[in-house]
Design a protein around this ligand. Sequence first.
Ligand code: BGC
Ligand code: BGC
Length: 847
Amino acid sequence: MIKKINLMLLLAALAACNSGQEPAGDAEPAAQSAEPAAETPAGSSGSTIDPANWPAQDPVMVRDPDMERRIADLVSRMTVEEKVGQVIQADINDVTPAEVREYNLGSILNGGGSAPGGDNRTTPDKWLELADAFWDASTDTSDGGVGIPAIWGSDAVHGQSKMVGATLFPHNIGLGMANDPDLLVDIGRITALEMLTTGLDWTFAPTIAVARNDRWGRTYESYSEDPRIVAAYAPKIVEGLQGRIGTDEFLDDDHVIATAKHFVGDGGTTDGHDQGDMAGTEAELRDIHAAGYPPAIAAGVQSVMASFNSFHGKKMHGNPTMLTDVLIGRLGFDGFVVGDWNGHGQVAGCSNISCPASLNAGLDMFMAPNSWKGLYENLLEEVRSGAVSMQRLDEAVARILRVKMRIGLFEAGRPSSRKHAGDYSLLGAPAHRAVARDAVRKSLVLLKNERGLLPLSPGANVLVTGDGAHDIGKQSGGWTLSWQGTGNLREHFPNGTSIFEGIEEAVAAGGGTAVLSEDGSYDTKPDVAIVVFGEDPYAEGVGDRGHVAYDSQDGLELLTRLKAAGIPTVSVFISGRPLWVNREINASDAFVAAWLPGSEGGGIADVLIGNPDGSPRHDFTGRLSFSWPKRADQAELNVGDADYDPLFAYGYGLAYGEEASIGTLPTDPGIALGVERGAGELLKFGDPAGDWRIALRDERGEAMLDDSRGASPAGVVVAEQADREVQEDSIVVTWSGPGSVVLKGESVNLSQSANNMALEITYQVLDIENARVTVGVGAGRLDVTDRFVTEASDGWKRIVFGLSCFEGGSTPLNDVTEPLVIESTGVLQLQLTSAEIVANLGGAGCQ
Ligand code: BGC
Ligand code: BGC
């Protein structure tokens, strides 16, 4: 049966393709953005930006005349090649130290999925070693160049979250619940120290987005839907990371460079689409989404990252009004503007390898992870032709050099020689973990506590169940070791504590017992069950959803079963956003929203398990910084809304001793749940039986494959079920002449996903003769003939192509009814097990 063919399609929203290369076949060059045509005409309802409407803030950074002379001198001695290199940042997965030396690149980054040796779980000394290698390369003057040290940017977004053993703090959403700005200073300070152990200079944090639609996959990176909390937090985290402005500690060797991101409007896109369009008013952009910028800038933040999103159709990466007139002219920013991952390629008229418009708009450094070489060559040309003026290039270079000088990079010496370098005892140091554990306690929000079930007695016999009970990866969410936060095992958190381990420790001390049972079974009936469940990790658009219902049945099933057995139930819900969980709340006697607590799961037991006398050890002090939905369609639910109708309002959260019986909640989600699909949403199709069907085509037409065997109308393409590892887990397709096999169904919009997703196919070529073969998504095609010829009879292979390889002017991906097409002109036999549209973790390109 077709049902068994594992043609998984995970269609989601977003990512980076390697489109330095051109797609073969009839697709146009990649990286055309799916940008709405033009800006709304001036004068209409606040959709144009007038810098005069923005707060005027005096620059806080005083420019030092000696430093300015030094910058001017350096710039005057740099060749145009060196200047162009200085404004480009490449990813360590796609650039070598030798290339950094040759191209004089100003910066490198490790993207969420990049790490030394391609190993996300490698040891800290490998990071430090690589930092030294890039330092040596960038400062090498043997070619007669000026040798400017490269600066290394990394997403240390909830602690140094790329490093095994580091202290992982709750993601921003949990910190917002704590409503404790001073906590952020400590978190920033610790993050900086842990980064410095491996020679890293610069974090792409804080995210100061104000998420207003919780369908957005980055909601958890936002402190609050309320701009007031974000504005209060932004300067504090900047202070922690960079040191306090106006004091000696500012940018000293205990601190790193911070990045306020993503400027601006990222949390305000239509339907919460990651990288989408913000269609609100200028006033909303300013008062809600930009609220964190003036205070972050006043705290001296040295870099700002341009956002992927557009405002009324105009991408921020190409918006001079915002990047220059507002950010610098009004808000007084005096650091440098870095782009986001090939974000320049989405500007109208640009590609990943060419975008003078971005630099001209005010971007100072291109984040060109895998496209840096093409970008370098084109930018050089563009400067020579005058498409970018030398003056603008000099200014961008000067802005970067100024920040490098302020942090003391020129004098810092090799990374391994710096303060804290190699002191890996700082990673997960007890004092750091204590701060994180405190943050976890403060982030918890108690939504329900019938008959005062919590706190639990430390003498109780507790069953701990649910797939989040003993999974530090799950409790840490995305941006944890790997980009999506997936694939992490217990051993990857040597210093962490799972939620179960914390409970076990607390009850062991009080004479009780804790039994871990992921499936909820038990030998001895427990006094109480704690069920830990919720969202699995995701990052960026991969986490975009069509609605805000929690639609896995796992927690509900456990809760219902335990409740039926007469066992009191406590839910600990792990999630990156408030979700509709009425059924789960009904099945729980107590319900705790735990967000994404990070490595210190012990903080949960600190609050849930009390003293032997029944008093709490720690109270619940977390209060909702995001409104909690009453129905699954309430994704855009924010305090202050005209028809505000939440289940739990902004600011809600029970303390111990507070009476609040919430009764039985309605279980109608308000919308049809189930498989999500639609324009630009995260769409998951685990099985073609549900939505997708397989068609076999030849010159006579098309036949649907609805059985375990089938053929195209003229019999040229024949498909049948076969066994790979288990019974009928694959399909063999045999071409005797021109024809194709096609996966088809209702239209989906993949244009938002093009940059961040990839097509992945697992197959083996059993035979190929005189055939030209292409693989396609929608109307885009890539030629795979040479590859298939080489791979013939050589076993199982996997292809990963960035989705944007299939996108072009004449082949947009906004209306795709055929997400997979394999076409051959001659004899071909393929065995396929899976085809999937996945997060482009490895930055796959077009070959
Ligand atoms: C990188 C991430 C990046 C994403 C693109 C991934 O391959 O690892 O850091 O954010 O692509 O959007
Ligand atoms: C994300 C940024 C991140 C960058 C580098 C992008 O895709 O939007 O937040 O800093 O990748 O990993």
